[in-house]
Design a protein around this ligand. Sequence first.
Ligand SMILES: *Cc1c(COP(=O)(O)O)cnc(C)c1O
Length: 479
Amino acid sequence: MDQTENIHQSPRLTPITSDWMNEVFGNKSLLKNLLATYDSPVNLLHTKPFRHNFDLYQKVFEKHNLNHQVFFARKANTCKVFAKEANAAGFGIDVASYNELKQCLELGCNPERLVLTAAIKPEKLVRLAIQNGVLMIVDNRDEFSLIQRLASELNQKARIGIRVSGFLYNGKKLYSRFGFDIDKVKDLMLQTFSNASTTDLFDFEGFQFHLDGYSIKERATALFQLIHLIDELEEYHISTGFIDMGGGLLMNYLTSKNEWKTFWNQLKQSLLGKRKPITFRNNGLGYHIKNNTIEGTPNVYPYFNETPKEKFLDQILSTKNEVGKTVASLLHEKNIELRIEPGRSLLDQCGLTITRVIHRKKDQENNWLVGLEMNRSQLFSSSEDFLVDPVYIPIHDIGKPEKPESVYFTGGYCLEGDIILKRKIELPRLPEIGNIICFVNTAGYIMHFYETRSHLYDFSANLVFHPESGEIIPDENIT
Ligand SMILES: *Cc1c(COP(=O)(O)O)cnc(C)c1O
């Protein structure tokens, strides 16, 4: 019988790992030194996969013969190294705050390859963008007024794109708090760009959108609607250079579809009381029980999926409209550049979070709790749980026979809820104090997005790893 199907075991979710990671797992002296020098947890970053992911996207655009630009969504990881690397490799960067923009400029990033998508744009941010000729994505009329005033004051034209939302999909509008409703954009454009006093102040370059969720059809529908709008605007001599379809391109973390299916089946079984819980206090991760049946939907990232990265992009571009034309062929015909702003997916395989075991104990329900020297904010995204098995590294060989144990990992915040992973994880044995637990593929959002410093804990160390030379450089030293 498959181990994952044994009801006494916790189902596995085996991560995809790359060569550089496997080398690190095998190098115990490196791991010991890192933790001795920088304390736990340590984030280890490597940029080679970053470039590789970028190349994968490039190839798809080239295959479809499209003018294109890839912008790395800076917010997905706080480290400077990725901004620096993106610029060096010739791709753009999507910045979303004053500090993100300022830092990119200080790192020497080409301002022409930056795009400012900040949800909130205070005056000093807009000023910095205009002064440096950075493209700004406008979200609302107040921003328009501010940009107009500052462009006039600085006597410099502002480069702008317009964020659009409210696309019609299956007869309903896709809700977003961001951007202008697509039904109102034409009027906005005619008012704004048919007036000489404003055309002197703005260079309109294109449209942008960013959709939540991971529906290929929704993205394609949004693109078709924007292309239609662009056609309409052409009649008024307003031309559009680009469509930027934002980020949210899928990434896949897991090796096995079977494990993924088994996990969800077993979770339902445990919610129905038909097996031992496989999540902390039988957390449903978005499912709950009503009248003895399962309701709700998983509130987690699709950690396993079959259309990651370049496949996701390719499928959007290959989607056909009612008359059989693909997104790509329309964009090509009309000579519209297509842009994307991936964050997470460009960081696929770029990071590890390394942490050490401080204690082991049993709770009142006879579960093993393994205390790690970290807190949940250091391994947390908007997803209900990070559904990827960590790698267990017994740092000193203790020679005891292996007896598998399933455990929960707990963290340092004084909250009942400071559980690092809600899933119960089966390890080859109960870890010893000082053993290492390594979380895989954490660079996109997981290691940084919600990291906080309660209890005055230090932020985790961010170290850039060069496997060829063995060199390790703190990200803060990158200039
Ligand atoms: C968050 C965000 C992105 C990046 O999304 P990913 O899921 O990391 O690819 C890109 N553009 C905008 C406007 C965003 O808000």
